[in-house]
Design a protein around this ligand. Structure first.
Ligand SMILES: [Zn+2]
Ligand SMILES: [Zn+2]
Length: 181
């Protein structure tokens, strides 16, 4: 575990959010956003309206840049996300979670809370000099972002099944190779 638990959850949630913005819209309506929010355990207020959905969708390309940019640009993105939200880190404890950081009040808009949570997690990544753990999926044409939390930094594929697809493709390639004489 390279990072604190809440950082790892936040990174995974940020990656999942970015990956809803692929060719198939993963957040087509507010019901899909409700499901996403429930799955990743975001707490606080939700408006369940189209404006909120649009704000969350608009956050995705900004977060995606974090997976593609160099360290200085990532720092600039993170700092501006924190500045715009006037983030104020506080240790809190709620539901089944032990003390972790919240840097926005529960009444802040959902997209703001998502942005700040992601930004705070990236702060940890930068401070630990682990930006290389944020990568793009190796599978051809996938384009999904990957958070590599493995011990030996060996995760190459996203969680959308690309690991399996790559294994099947490798198996087929081996089978179609002419037998050695
Ligand atoms: Zn919390
Ligand atoms: Zn992939």
């Amino acid at each position: 575990m390279p990072f604190a638990h809440d950082t790892e959850v936040s990174l995974a949630a940020a990656a999942a959010l970015v990956n809803t913005g692929g060719d198939d819209e993963g957040l087509p309506d507010t019901a899909a956003l409700d499901t996403f929010v429930g799955k990743w355990g975001y707490t606080g207020e939700f408006r369940h309206d189209g404006a909120e959905l649009n704000e969350v969708r608009a956050l995705r390309p900004r977060l995606r840049r974090i997976w593609q940019a160099d360290e200085d640009e990532v720092v600039a993105i993170v700092n501006s996300l924190l500045r715009e939200a006037q983030a104020l880190p506080q240790l809190v404890k709620h539901d089944e979670w032990s003390y972790h950081l919240h840097a926005t009040p529960p009444a802040a808009p959902l997209a703001t809370r998502m942005a700040v949570e992601a930004a705070m997690a990236i702060v940890d990544v930068i401070r630990s000099d682990e930006l290389r753990r944020l990568r793009i999926c190796d599978y051809r044409d996938c384009g999904n972002v990957v958070v590599d939390l493995s011990k030996n930094r060996s995760k190459r594929f996203c969680d959308d099944g690309c690991g399996n697809r790559a294994a099947v493709a490798a198996y087929r390639a081996r089978k179609s190779m002419p037998a050695a004489q």
